[in-house]
Design a binder for this molecule. Structure first.
Ligand code: CP3
Length: 325
């Protein structure tokens, strides 16, 4: 989960050379290098493609910028009429704006050791739409929730477009060499009960079915962050292969309700990794005690915090390896 990034000096160096974050995402050579950096340093079992969930709105024709210290900025789309500038054509062409991403996937797969898996990814429609509608990061998600809850037909057009674009984007990554894919629904937790099914579960199920049409066997990891008890429904209805747990899901509940059905991934709070020491190792032990006897991928519950000392990651990896050897 965000294993590459600003907590690594070697990343900051490349990032400074290349300039903007999006330029880095679209440079196959440099995206390959920063994907490999954490693998070289820590020897993880899997690499995750260095890219961003917001390349999809960019591929659809929306203006996307990353402002230093502020995060992503998009020209907001607030109703169906404002979707007129968007088109699936670029995403469906073999010479579209996202070609450098697929080229990076091929290069990374070639450079990685055979035993290291490569994970491709995309944002889920709800989470990507949140950035497209809010125009960036949001605290309360009022604009997207208002549109979705009061004009479901109009908002559904945006979700339909994102479902098609996401199937295409994931399918291209798998064709280029990704061994598994992850669908990040980082803002799945903000919907009221009743709307979760329509805007989280259904679009994800359609993406899973669409991707299985071209790649029947590819493992698909779903990450409905903040879903709470609705994790169970998400697992039962989307068809995903494995599920990513956020840091607030009780692990004993996850063991009984979810891990009995499929592999789970997670869920150390990134703050423990920032803190390091015995607090971090104890927290990792609690996860391994609960989930270590079933199918699991040890991971964080969210992205690495940028102030995290890399030595804490080394210590965590050593600890988890020693316990699971
Ligand atoms: O190593 C990896 O894990 C792969 C790379 C990766 C990035 N973004 C790189 C990135 C992945 C998997 C993502 C996914 C992503 N992007 C999500 C879903 C996961 C999550 O964190 O919830 C979301 C919501 C985004 C959108 C996004 N990208 C935001 C809100 C920001 C700004 C926040 C910040 O930390 O500045 C980004 C920027 C971003 N994406 C960075 C990285 C390494 C930092 C950019 C930089 O180098 O300046």
């Amino acid at each position: 989960m965000r294993q590459a990034g600003r907590y690594l000096a070697e990343y900051r160096k490349i990032r400074a050379e290349v300039g903007s974050f999006l330029d880095l995402c679209y440079s196959p050579e440099h995206a390959t290098e920063v994907t490999l950096q954490p693998i070289r340093r820590f020897g993880f079992d899997a690499a995750i493609l260095f890219s961003d969930i917001l390349v999809v709105p960019h591929g659809l024709g929306q203006e996307v910028r990353f402002v230093e210290g502020e995060g992503p900025k998009l020209s907001p789309i607030r109703n169906a009429a404002e979707m007129s500038g968007l088109s699936l054509t670029g995403m469906q062409s073999t010479s579209g704006p996202l070609e450098p991403v697929y080229e990076a996937v091929g290069r990374i797969r070639e450079a990685l050791p055979a035993e290291t898996a490569l994970i491709g990814f995309a944002g889920a429609p709800w989470t990507v739409a949140a950035y497209m509608v809010e125009g960036g990061t949001s605290r309360d998600f009022h604009a997207i929730k208002s549109w979705a809850l009061t004009d479901p037909d109009g908002f559904g057009q945006l979700i339909d477009m994102l479902v098609a674009a996401t199937v295409e984007h994931l399918s291209r990554q798998v064709s280029a060499g990704a061994d598994a894919v992850q669908i990040f629904d980082s803002h799945a937790g903000v919907l009221p009960d009743g709307a979760f099914e329509k805007w989280i579960i259904e679009p994800t199920a359609r993406i899973v079915a669409g991707l299985r049409g071209t790649h029947p066997d590819v493992p698909i990891i779903g990450f409905p962050r903040g879903a709470g008890l609705r994790y169970a429904d998400y697992v039962a209805k989307t068809g995903i292969t494995a599920v990513g747990l956020d840091s607030v899901v009780p692990v004993t509940w996850a063991r009984d309700a979810l891990q009995s059905k499929l592999p789970v991934q997670g869920n150390l709070d990134p703050v423990y990794l920032l803190a390091g020491g015995t607090k971090m190792l104890d927290a990792a032990d609690r996860i391994l005690d609960a989930l270590g006897d079933g199918p699991m991928i040890f991971n964080l519950g969210h992205g690495v915090i940028k102030e995290t000392p890399p030595e804490h990651v080394t210590a965590l990896v050593e600890h988890v390896r020693a316990r699971t050897a």
